[in-house]
Ligand binder design. Structure first.
Ligand SMILES: [Zn+2]
Length: 110
């Protein structure tokens, strides 16, 4: 298994089996750079890709308050991970893997 940095792994549960997916962050050769995000899986209907809903707070200076924002992110799902809808996962930014995919799922968060 490839060595991912502690900062990247955090409280992510590592996969229990190997896979031969080049785009797997654990067993492939994909380079991870940029942001990591935590979100909830809301769709697993695509093959090899999941939709992750990420919620965050955005500051509005005029009202001195935060507003809630959300965005749906498509992330590549390597075959060594068992992810269901509703799971909270950590995703990391990587190069563009498909037209709408530039993130990869690292795994479920404890
Ligand atoms: Zn893998």
């Amino acid at each position: 298994m490839r060595r991912l940095s502690e900062a990247l792994i955090g409280d992510v549960i590592p996969p229990e089996r190997e896979c031969s997916d080049e785009k797997c962050p654990w067993h492939g050769s994909i380079s991870i750079r940029g942001k990591t995000l935590v979100g909830r899986v809301i769709s697993t209907k695509m093959t090899g890709t999941v939709t992750v809903l990420v919620e965050y707070l955005h500051y509005r200076p005029k009202y001195k308050r935060y507003e809630r924002r959300r965005s749906k992110i498509h992330a590549h799902l390597p075959p060594c991970l068992d992810i269901k809808e509703g799971d909270v996962v950590k995703i990391a930014e990587t190069r563009r893997l498909a037209k709408t995919v530039s993130h990869v799922v690292l795994g479920k968060v404890r």
